[in-house]
Write a protein that binds this ligand. Sequence first.
Ligand SMILES: Cc1ncc(COP(=O)(O)O)c(C=O)c1O
Length: 374
Amino acid sequence: MSKVPRAVAYIDLKALEYNCSSIRGRLSPGAGLLGVVKADAYGHGAVEISRKLESIGIDYLGVATVDEGIDLRSGRIAKPVLIMSGLFSWDEVEPVARYDLTPVVYDRVALAKLTGATQGFARPLKVHLKFDTGMGRLGFHPREAGDIAGMLVRARGIHVEGLMSHFPVSEVRDDYGLEQVAAFRGVIDTFRSAGFDPAYIHMSNSGAIVNYPEAHFSLVRAGISLYGSHPSLSLEASLPLRQVMKLSARIAFCREFPAGMSLSYGRTFTTGRPSRIAYIPVGYSDGYPRSLSNKGTVLINGTRCGIVGRVCMDWTLADVTDAGPVNSGDEAILLGEGGREGLRVSANEMAEHAGTIPYEILCKISRRIERVYV
Ligand SMILES: Cc1ncc(COP(=O)(O)O)c(C=O)c1O
């Protein structure tokens, strides 16, 4: 008997390619594209996504940790890889060099230690220096640029390949963001005056690709948009994208209930009419958010059906009373395009209902769900 999976996350590599070219279509001349594939490519599978990105000419890849970078190298990914959260321990310096990974450096103590540790290296270690122009997270203060450049002029073991910064808000264009761009330009000028010529200068994530074209510099870092979601629904019209992940499950069984029957934990839903309920074998342990209880929708038989009652650890209930003939074995689409033109459940829509962001929706689809690449 061939195995029919209870649920599958289909990863549409053509949609990924479409999103890449849509993003590239927005870039200022001379800007390259870094694909952010941290957190297992936002739940899509880092090696498979990177392989596809590599085949369509991505310029750089970005992960959070050294281990994530090593995973890419073990998967035979050859493109440059930026370690965006930098190094967490000195044991990581040797593997970073061995696997040809490029760490981001954002504090003086680490920079001083790294300068010492790399002195004897056969090849200088490439680094990107991060400046905090207003994010309030990682980075040197722009005022420190002169000092840092001075420290590095004589550091033989370190090659400043990149300068970077990050926006806390890029879904809208505002004065705060423009001041950040100005501050970052000051940093770039300081480094150039000190004789540095970094190949990669980057600041923009998905939102800034649309809202801050002057901040595309020589590279942009696209994450969520690669996977087909917008950092905010207000950007939908400006950047056409296709949802890369489709989360699909087989309905396990259907049951008929009279009016007045309460369903699932907590008895938070009571049928208001004679109802047919489909039982979908996916729950919050698969990463389907419990906060979609009585709020989310799924696509069944080309119809949008409401989630009823609490989402359980392994089960979700949908009201299919108005969906025509629905039976066990039929497909329920929890995320993605479904059946009819224009009918889809996007990660943005799920996030709105669940009170979160599409990033969290995608990253949390658990590894219990098999990824199938199409
Ligand atoms: C430093 C950095 N750059 C770029 C990105 C990608 O952002 P987005 O997914 O909004 O494109 C992230 C994501 O968290 C990030 O941390």
